[in-house]
Design a protein around this ligand. Sequence first.
Ligand code: SAM
Length: 282
Amino acid sequence: MNQPLDEALTPGLYIVATPIGNLSDLSPRAAAVLARANVIAVEDSRVTAKLLNRIGTKRPMTPYHDHNADQVRPGLIARMGSEAIALVSDAGTPLISDPGFKLVRDARAAGHTVTTIPGPCAAIAALTLAGLPTDRFFFLGFLPSKEKARADAIAEIAAVRATLIFYESGPRLAASLTTLADGLGDREAAVAREISKTFEECVTGTLSELAERYKDAPPKGEIVIIVGPPGEAPVPDSADIDAALIDAMTRLPTAKAAGEVAKATGLPRRDLYARAMALRDA
Ligand code: SAM
């Protein structure tokens, strides 16, 4: 939905991304929607009041956070029929490691218009700083705080061939980096901190180098950990390939055997077929 910025808002739900540090990152469209919303659902009214003050407006606010969301959601959904309800979080994009998905789900189920006003998100901002592959990435939010649950969560994604993104806090940073190195191998990584604020930094290195760096000096501020994808699987040697082809050919026609081994090794099917023919005719 794309309304002119000077018209009254159509009733419905507006998901409004807000800055993750630098208040100048609030988009003009986000400011216009906030200034015209009938009510803004907020995590912390003090944080949002500061933002509204910055754009020279005051709007009614209502708390919407993990502890009251189930109670207040039906009332907000009812109001969306005739009013423009904006949802913000303290920083960044609502719903991303923040409340909101059930509000969107229920708004849709009730037939209300849902509009998003895209903007800052710490995960994406950190990804743009890290210098690690961006073609495939997997956002995991906060790791569990208990050690065993954290190690299990990491083991679960060890084979994912993508850059990984985690939110983390300073006091837990070194321990998390160590657990990540143990569970994923010593991959290339980055720690992005205080993005868009005065002390923004992005430190890169392997997971164990970063764990060592922060071990005795937990950093202050807000943090995103980015971990590069696993290295390429080693190419199997030719004896292993022959053995796999011979085994497959005992069960399958030659072309299918080549296909099976191609799938398992990532090697070109055509080359494997030629090798399978040579083995068969030898
Ligand atoms: N919804 C938000 C978003 O779009 O990024 C994230 C909310 S989550 C509750 C807060 C976490 O995001 C922080 O603990 C930190 O890991 C990360 N974060 C938020 N602002 C950040 C910043 N300026 N620099 C680095 N990380 C940040």
